[in-house]
Design a protein around this ligand. Structure first.
Ligand SMILES: Nc1ncnc2c1ncn2[C@@H]1O[C@H](COP(=O)(O)OP(=O)(O)OP(=O)(O)O)[C@@H](O)[C@H]1O
Ligand SMILES: [Mg+2]
Length: 241
């Protein structure tokens, strides 16, 4: 294989992926027939209405949940076949996850929440740099209960980027933010993508954010339609909502 071929291998490949939850008495089909290649260094935005399966899709990619049908491949390995131990290692070594509802540890300060994630990383970013990028330098010693919703969201972002993973999965990363702070956060994600070569997947119900990406995936009726945008990527500071 030539280096050029290697460069064109997808980082992630979803093949006929489906997910049905069997939590209650009635099965809940959420996703079906998802076929998607995500290239290294890509910034992909996934949009879709509430309940369309966006968080479910991200959880499958993150190895937090497993598909009911189909396969998820990462760098040539079928992670759908991984056991718990292999999945833990996959998540630890490769994934930074910004949770929709932050999932901060309430008894740790902002800085300590970020430190925890650097401790499980092979190649962490400087903790203060991650806090600075998220605009939190002056709130680092506050506990989550002492932070606003938007500040907590930015701690979740600092925690994910401090791990310095090659794949950043962001579930509504600007959901609790005003326009100006949202632009800053998108600026950080865009910087990590453009300047540091990270692969970034952003999930949102805000279609304005789709302008950031060269490719947008729309989730509707349980399946995904991928479209390449016909305009230049818009800079985060130019986005408005
Ligand atoms: N563990 C679960 N058990 C049963 N049903 C679930 C489970 N998790 C999600 N669902 C259902 O799957 C559907 C998709 O949920 P998901 O959280 O992926 O949507 P979403 O697109 O992220 O929505 P939102 O924009 O509101 O966050 C919903 O109808 C939800 O009720
Ligand atoms: Mg969601």
């Amino acid at each position: 294989m030539t280096p050029r071929d290697a460069a064109q291998e997808p980082l992630l490949r979803l093949i006929d992926v489906g997910k049905t939850y069997h939590t209650g008495e009635v099965p809940v089909p959420v996703l079906h027939d998802i076929n998607l290649d995500i290239m290294p260094g890509e910034l992909l935005v996934v949009v879709g209405p509430s309940g369309s399966g966006k968080s479910t899709l991200l959880n499958l990619i993150a190895g937090i949940d497993t598909p009911s049908t189909g396969e998820v491949w990462f760098q040539g390995a079928n992670i759908s076949r991984f056991d718990e131990r292999a999945l833990t290692s996959y998540r630890r070594l490769n994934i930074g996850f910004v949770f929709q509802f932050y999932n901060l540890v309430p008894t740790l300060t902002a800085r300590e929440n970020v430190i925890v994630s650097t401790e499980i990383s092979d190649d962490p970013m400087d903790v203060d740099e991650a806090l600075r990028l998220a605009g939190l330098s002056d709130r680092a010693d506050h506990f989550p209960s002492q932070l606003s919703g938007g500040e907590q969201q930015r701690v979740a972002i600092a925690r994910a980027i401090a791990k310095n993973p090659q794949l950043l999965l962001c579930d509504e990363p600007t959901g609790a933010l005003d326009l100006e702070t949202g632009r800053k956060v998108l600026g950080v994600l865009s910087h990590l993508n453009r300047d540091l070569g990270k692969t970034v997947i952003i999930i949102t119900h805000n279609s304005a954010i789709a302008q950031l990406a060269e490719r947008v995936v729309r989730l509707a009726s349980g399946t995904a339609i991928s479209t390449t945008t016909d305009h230049e990527r818009v800079r985060p500071e130019e986005i408005t909502w």
